[in-house]
Write a protein that binds this ligand. Structure first.
Ligand SMILES: Cc1cc2nc3c(=O)[nH]c(=O)nc-3n(C[C@H](O)[C@H](O)[C@H](O)COP(=O)(O)O)c2cc1C
Length: 306
């Protein structure tokens, strides 16, 4: 199977594998490790500020990287995009919201524009806006997303936006998922959860440990943790996390959630202390397939054995 195609040519890659810009997880060290292993690493700067991003870019030590931003959040911190572009990222990925206000700035910079979408209609919309690469994200995905499954969404997006390269996202954690994505017509994959349980990823060691022991059955989509974090995520986005006492009990006993909502510091403390009985671990259905914390190079070397 040839792994060279329009996507690898556009981004100058050995393998059509891109690591997702996971907020709080995808820093410069992971991005550089993914790029050095033949893919493209994206730094996830969604909730962070320009200082944080500068530090993470420095950790790439001149290795090629891209930056992923949360589109609706960018309206609150537009300097993040301007600053990111001064470091000449290979690509900027925008997800969750209307990318239109930022298209001209990104295109003029020379960075490739990657747009992540959850519906065929949005794929056609971002194609018309000028997206260079489109990520079709199914609801199996860890973190935020919407309701369509990867398996039917990917080929439908491929057909609708041809010849624009499409990355499949949501549920790809090993060589089987990678091969399936290519069989569905995708040019490559955007992988999140598998790279969370990775040596170079940011994130609490205990959270990574949980990923190696959990199953997809134990994940759930909700808006609970956005409410607790006081983040104004717009509709229709929900987030897939591992279940914990909050997801298990909030609809049986809303008082439990109300206590946390009344004092956001309680949740914040749980996050800081790595208390995952309460704090969210954002993860996809593909945690079933993750049994070990590996290096980015080990993950990619295994994934390309198709
Ligand atoms: C821990 C975590 C955090 C995420 N944060 C972001 C984010 O900040 N921005 C974004 O565009 N996508 C984010 N995502 C979603 C990814 O872009 C991607 O769609 C998803 O990880 C793909 O599915 P997978 O997790 O099954 O590989 C996140 C995913 C995870 C697991």
């Amino acid at each position: 199977v040839s792994l060279q195609n329009d996507l690898t040519e556009m981004l100058n890659l050995r393998y059509p594998i891109v690591s997702a810009p996971m907020a709080g997880v995808s820093g410069g060290e992971l991005a550089a490790a993914v790029t050095n292993a033949g893919g493209l690493g994206l730094i996830g700067a969604g909730y962070n500020d320009a200082n944080w991003l500068t530090q993470q870019i420095a950790l790439c030590h001149s290795t090629r990287f891209g930056v992923g931003l949360i589109t609706w959040k960018l309206a609150e911190t537009p300097d993040l995009l301007t600053m990111a572009l001064t470091y000449q990222p290979v690509a900027i990925m925008l997800s969750f919201g209307d990318p239109k206000p930022y298209i001209d700035t990104i295109k003029k910079s020379g960075a490739k524009l990657i747009c992540q979408v959850q519906t065929v209609a949005d794929a056609i919309y971002v194609k018309q806006l000028g997206a260079d690469i489109i990520v079709a994200q199914g609801s199996e995905a860890g973190g935020h997303g919407a309701s369509r499954g990867t398996f039917a969404l990917v080929p439908a997006v491929v057909d609708s936006v041809m010849p624009i390269p499409v990355l499949a996202a949501g549920g790809v954690a090993d060589a089987r998922g990678f091969a399936a994505a290519l069989a569905l017509g995708a040019h490559g994959v955007l992988v999140g959860t598998r790279f969370y349980a990775c040596k170079e990823a940011l994130g609490h060691a205990q959270a990574k440990e949980y990923l190696t022991k959990s199953t997809g059955d134990e994940t759930i989509r909700s808006t609970i943790f956005d409410s607790l974090r006081q983040l104004n995520w717009p509709r229709p986005y929900t987030a897939r996390t591992l279940q914990n006492i909050l997801t298990a009990n909030w609809n049986k006993d809303p008082e439990i959630l109300n206590q946390y909502l009344a004092d956001p510091k309680i949740y914040q403390t749980a996050v800081e202390e790595g208390n995952y009985a309460v704090a969210a671990i954002f993860a996809g259905e593909d945690v079933d397939l993750i049994h070990e914390i590996l290096s980015a190079k080990q993950i990619i070397d295994e994934m390309v054995k198709i």
